[in-house]
Design a protein around this ligand. Structure first.
Ligand SMILES: Nc1ncnc2c1ncn2[C@@H]1O[C@H](COP(=O)(O)OP(=O)(O)OP(=O)(O)O)[C@@H](O)[C@H]1O
Ligand SMILES: [Mg+2]
Length: 230
């Protein structure tokens, strides 16, 4: 059984008098221990898909199963708290808290068996290139790249089985971006996480175990490599 399965997903929204269809019976499945990349044109529905998988967008047709149960059966709040870590396109850090405090708040909310010590958090952030000074400074005064790395640290710290990342390397220099990709690969291959990353960077998508892409014409989620063969 897949860890996460999307079955016959339909999603549309009102666009004036019309309905704009983003997904029409789209399906995909995701396993533990694998690193997935999702690409697609701007506006094709990547963030929407992550919000659906992440239990944040409720107005959709079809089903999302986590370990064989629909996420509604589990309860969206519980599902989000216990199983999902999300790295948003705009980070969503609490601006007046430091990276360390942002992580502490997230650890307080989740029930997982995490190491909640400040030393551990500082160590994790330092692995992501945030020194102790930046780690304890208000997030609102950090650079975009630092905020992004803090958001990645927060997602990793809570220890959820699924890590969802929306364009996580967008604000990073090439070297830090490589490190983030390495970290995701490591989390999948050595810690058994299911990592799902939206990216515009095809080179990073190539590195992933599976590369999926949003097929705007058919409104489906398709393997990118097979699509290139047509
Ligand atoms: N509820 C809604 N109401 C209006 N528009 C919506 C709604 N949901 C999604 N959209 C639109 O659907 C399209 C897909 O949005 P989405 O944010 O998922 O795209 P994306 O692939 O993440 O794009 P980007 O690469 O620019 O981040 C966009 O044009 C967005 O404005
Ligand atoms: Mg987006």
């Amino acid at each position: 059984m897949a860890l996460l399965e999307i079955k016959d997903l339909c999603y549309s929204y009102a666009d004036g008098d019309n309905r704009k269809v983003i997904y029409d019976n789209a399906s995909a499945s995701f396993e533990s221990g694998r690193f997935y990349a999702i690409t697609g044109e701007s506006g094709s529905g990547k963030t929407t898909l992550l919000y659906i998988i992440g239990g944040l967008e409720k107005e959709y047709g079809g089903k999302v199963f986590f370990k064989g149960k629909t996420i509604e059966e589990i309860g969206l709040t519980k599902y989000r708290r216990d199983h999902i870590s999300m790295i948003y396109q705009n980070f969503n850090l609490i601006p007046y808290l430091s990276p360390v405090e942002n992580i502490e708040v997230a650890l307080d909310i989740t029930d997982n068996d995490n190491d909640k010590s400040k030393d551990h958090i500082i160590q994790l952030l330092s692995k992501l290139g945030i020194d102790e000074k930046a780690a304890t400074r208000r997030a609102s005064v950090l650079s975009g790249g630092e905020q992004q790395r803090a958001a990645i640290g927060r997602a990793v710290a809570t220890g959820s089985e699924i890590i969802i990342a929306d364009e996580p390397t967008g604000n990073l220099d090439a070297h830090t971006a490589e490190q983030v990709i390495e970290l995701f690969r490591d989390l999948a291959h050595n810690e058994g996480k299911c990592v799902i990353m939206v990216t515009h960077n095809e080179r990073f998508a190539e590195i992933a175990d599976e590369w999926l892409c949003i097929d705007q014409e058919n409104k489906k989620i398709v393997p990118a490599r097979a699509k290139q063969d047509f």
